[in-house]
Design a binder for this molecule. Structure first.
Ligand code: F6R
Length: 366
């Protein structure tokens, strides 16, 4: 059942190209210029009337929401808030009929996420659910559902659910941009072109795991690690650090790279592994400076950058290149080396990868 892989997690990481393709299937027009989301039943007027978007979820799904915020704000120019479901449900949230609430849940059964959904609907918001399980509680109670077609996820650590949640977020953002005319048709097509081929780039990343394995072997005894990034890379850094903590039990901090000097730099000591994400062209120079900052404290830096951005080699100890893609889509492929890093770190430490201590796959109690 593990299809020849040692763990479900590794199998599921490797299933991502297929899962990404399935999640896109039928959702892009034949000409490649339009998003088709028939499952969104909002009238054109309702789409026009959206004043705010709130995304709410837990854990990895919340991290997909953070990517969603950047992308929806950038493409649709509507304010987006992201809230942890267990916070949202108890904070008397400001929600009304002009708020679009997006809940994200792989299982569709997470107690806090379901309660957040109910709270949002009670206050008159329309709720779109992004979920992986057909007829789950979240799917049954939402107004609209965008299914991710990841297939069953067995490993407690979420991998293919996350990347397909990202695809669902991109489709939703592009759909809203298209219906509200906030993006030129050419720009929509340009992003869709890259989205259609993202699975092949994911495969390229999966075909080049040796450097990650070596890094994991070298640093698996580390006690503390840092993940730094800016913009979308910061959202991915949070997911990478969660994955590492969850299955290898290594302490990992994710930091917005610009925030380091406001306190955390004190923790950067000799040989501490720092995973620096520098895939965003517009923030690249800033990241190079942040890498210099941590190198000045003798950290061991592995950087992730897009192909062609070789300048980073001058400052980082090691560089992993991800295939070139539209910068907003980079999280889908940037996270894959981080999933693999967490996986191999856990394997080298002898951890029970698929069933990390103290965790359940689906959290149906508070
Ligand atoms: C982390 C992980 C959890 C889940 C979270 C939400 O790898 O799997 O953080 O993402 O418990 O679960 P769902 O998406 O089922 O609501």
């Amino acid at each position: 059942e593990k299809g020849g892989y040692e763990h479900f997690m590794l199998k599921e990481i490797n299933e991502q190209p297929r899962a990404l393709r399935d999640t896109l299937k039928g959702r892009i027009s034949h000409a490649g210029d339009k998003v088709i989301l028939d499952e969104i039943k909002m009238t054109p007027e309702e789409v026009q009337n959206i004043k705010r978007v709130i995304i709410t979820a837990c854990g990895t799904a919340y991290h997909a929401g953070l990517v969603g915020k950047y992308v929806i704000e950038q493409l649709v120019r509507v304010p987006v808030e992201v809230d942890i479901a267990s916070e949202f449900r108890y904070r008397d949230p400001l929600v009304d009929k002009d708020t679009l609430v997006v809940v994200v849940s792989q299982s569709g059964e997470t107690a806090d996420t379901l309660a957040a959904l109910r709270e949002a609907r009670r206050r008159g918001a329309r709720v779109v659910a992004i979920t992986n399980v057909i007829a789950s509680s979240v799917a049954r109670e939402a107004d609209d559902i965008i299914y991710t077609w990841a297939g069953p996820e067995i490993s407690v650590a979420s991998t293919k659910a996350y990347t397909t949640q990202l695809v669902a977020m991109y489709l939703l953002a592009l759909y809203l941009a298209q219906e509200r005319n906030t993006l030129a048709a050419g720009n929509i097509k340009e992003i869709l072109d890259d989205l259609k081929s993202i699975y092949a780039k994911a495969q390229e990343v999966l075909d080049d795991i040796e450097p990650i394995k070596e890094f994991a072997e070298k640093y698996h005894k580390a006690e503390d690690t840092f993940f730094i990034g800016r913009g979308l890379d910061y959202a991915v850094a949070l997911e990478g650090s969660l994955k590492l903590k969850e299955i290898s039990y290594i302490h990992a901090e994710a930091y917005a790279a610009g925030e380091l000097k406001h306190g955390t730099l004190a923790l950067i000591v000799e040989n501490i592994p720092v995973i620096a994400l520098a895939t965003q062209q517009s923030l690249f120079e800033k990241m190079v400076s942040n890498i210099k900052e941590v190198k000045a404290r003798d950290a061991s830096v592995i950087a992730l950058a897009m192909e062609g951005h070789t300048e980073v080699e001058k400052v980082a100890d090691q560089v992993l290149y991800i295939p070139k893609t539209h910068p907003v889509l980079a999280p889908i492929i940037t996270v894959i080396p981080l999933q693999l890093l967490a996986y191999y770190m856990a394997v080298y430490r002898g951890c029970d990868v698929d069933k990390p201590r103290n965790l359940a796959k689906s959290v149906t109690v508070e």
